[in-house]
Design a protein around this ligand. Sequence first.
Ligand code: PLP
Length: 480
Amino acid sequence: MWELERKSKIPIYKQITDHLERRISYGEFPPGSLLPSERKLAEQLGVNRSTVILAFAELRSMGIIESQTGSGTRVSKTKWGATPKHTPNWSRYAEGGSFLPNLPFMRRIREALNQNPSLIDFASGELSADLAPNDEITTLMSENKYTSYLGYDNPQGYIPLRQALVSYLDQHRGIKTTESSILITSGSQQSLYLITQCLLSPGDAVAIEDPSYCYSLPMFQSAGLRLFRLPVDSQGVCPEDIRALYKKHRIKMVFMNPNYQNPTGTVFGAERRKQLLDVASELALPIVEDDPFSLTDYEGSPPSPLKSMDSIGSVLYIGSFSKIAASGMRIGWMVAPNSIVERLADARQQMDFGLSVIPQQVAAQFLKSNYFEPHLDRLRMQLQYKRDLLIEALQKELPGLVTFTAPQGGLHLWCKLVPDVHDGKLLEESIKRGIVFVPGSVYGSDSGFVRFTFARAKEAEIGLGISKFADALRELMNSK
Ligand SMILES: Cc1ncc(COP(=O)(O)O)c(C=O)c1O
């Protein structure tokens, strides 16, 4: 995130030359490696391409870089005295390993947001700064100094946080548990990662909702799992489809996000919940219940989780602070049978020795404090308000061109586009006009959908963002 000093007496091209020279000498771009193109660098730095061309020319004249038509600009192999034979082929390593890169659309969105942080962000599935409890957390941190030993803690998680979660889960989610059945994780994402890496093996078949949470798709594939999709209708998935998948593919686990599902906003039907638990117990099939959104229910009466109805221990329950407080705290939890918690805590010890104790202490204090309930009330009200702003804007800007069902909780609105337009082109046209969203195809097999997150953008940006989106959509419709 290096920035130019525009008021400096040093010319801009020279600042770029010096910056690149430094990064090359630090080994960030080893001998022989490819530099970003002139166009990309100019875009990233917000300068004219001609300025970058000048900086490259200077580096070239010093023998630091070499350009070849058609194959881009590379760091010179001889300049640093490094013997090229001994330079590791880093790009080969970067493409190797068993961990797959993120989906191309998600990388494109991240790149666009890095390049232009002022884009109106309908893509990031998190709260805007004004919805997070920053003031409350600042007060708690100044009132409660950290005085305990700052050594490695229990990899299962900081005990006072697990104790606070026992009350939270009982009071807010109707889940009766004990602190020994809770594992603290670095967000739900890590719970999903631990489950896929430690409880499943390459080749295992699992069922997921279609559409479903996009960041877990490459993670499942990296773990070598075979994914089978369960269509989501207005009531969620059909339990009988799970039975059929089990018969056909011997699925080993089902992943579900039953409350305000990402991306559709659907709530899994009450009758289907009972049927699902019956199917799970009949087949001895574990269900992963990923439940980050339920407390955002705008009426303040969230649906009961599957886990609260699970008398035989079929459900691995995952929760998180990310969508109800602050995603950057990286606090998540899992409620699971003891053997699983022990296995995953042991894996945790090998991975990272557990989560930092400081955010865990803050989270425990926040959950127990008198700030928590009023924060939730305010959050629900403001999320509903933002949802309404988004819906109003869509009705005004795109009448007859989008259809959707207004969700009663969560952070997202799932829209079907009536005109048939290309996902990627629509995203690029929108980025050009200053907004990002997530194309629906990243969530599953169906195309022609868009996910707008209304929680992340500022209230004042929502109407403007949708009018820019409408321009992008009309541009593509007119160019057909
Ligand atoms: C359904 C679902 N599960 C898990 C996550 C991961 O959240 P975190 O790791 O921040 O708790 C997200 C984030 O968007 C999500 O939407």
